[in-house]
Design a protein around this ligand. Structure first.
Ligand code: SAM
Length: 223
């Protein structure tokens, strides 16, 4: 699915979120509290927007982006080359449940709108626990559901009906943008997901609602 929507993925992200997606990524990166020359892992990196947010935020940071979609990575690689960032962003094809990196080799980790798509999220969290060094910060962005009743109703209408229609028209993929609300609907509530993160070797786990809870930012520290 991600291979076939890759050409329009960035455009749709920015349009469907009215530009908020970049703001959410920048917020996630700020929570990493990066040290001098940090090595950041961006899991499910897709077209590398979160990797870019990390290197733009911190002049000394380098990022390894891992994703299993060759087409998403190709678009990401094009962006990396055009921005002359090959020395700071490296993109690697790999599975989130078998991260191709050594134990405790990363100073921070991120996942942007990816954990919901991983078939075995528990294994991906266990892998993050393995590759992040003790004390490393983890920031995960994932969609949520607004808590304020009026906003929730409006947003639900947008997310269930308008977004899939625009997504289908622009991406020309029959179901990818109907899958989005469906998968968000089955993702665990914030408190439950925070507990899942904790159970994989992380402490000080927080679930921070962004933009009325449309998105949640999960922040944690590797024990
Ligand atoms: C919605 S995109 C998010 C891309 C990017 N992080 C962003 O912020 O826009 C989800 C990505 O997760 C990747 N993905 C899903 N399951 C994966 C897995 N098991 N291993 C690696 N990548 C995976 C998909 O290929 C896709 O690029």
């Amino acid at each position: 699915m991600f291979d076939s929507i890759a050409p329009r993925y960035d455009l749709l992200n920015h349009v469907l979120s009215v530009g908020l997606d970049q703001k959410w990524r920048r917020r996630a990166v700020r929570e990493l509290q990066l040290g001098a020359v940090p090595r950041v892992l961006d899991l499910c990196t897709g077209t590398a927007d979160l990797a870019f947010a990390a290197v733009e935020h911190h002049a000394g940071a380098s990022v390894v982006g891992v994703d299993f979609s060759g087409a998403m990575l190709r678009f990401g690689l094009g962006k990396v080359r055009r921005a002359n960032m090959s020395g700071r962003i490296r993109l690697v094809r790999g599975d989130a449940t078998r991260i191709p990196l050594a134990n405790a080799s990363c100073d921070a980790g991120t996942i942007g709108f990816g954990i919901r798509n991983v078939a075995e999220p528990q294994r991906a969290l266990a892998e993050l626990g393995r590759v992040l060094r003790p004390g490393a910060r983890l920031a995960i962005l994932e969609f949520g559901q607004p808590r304020i009743p009026g906003i929730r109703t409006l947003y639900t209408w947008y997310f269930r009906y308008l977004l899939p229609a625009i997504g289908k028209l622009v991406s020309r993929h029959r179901s990818a943008y109907s899958y989005l609300p469906a998968s968000v609907g089955t993702f665990p509530p914030p408190a439950e997901f925070a507990k899942t993160i904790e159970s994989h070797g992380f402490v000080s786990v927080r679930a921070v609602p962004l933009t009325f809870g449309i998105v949640y930012l999960y922040v944690a520290t590797r024990r």
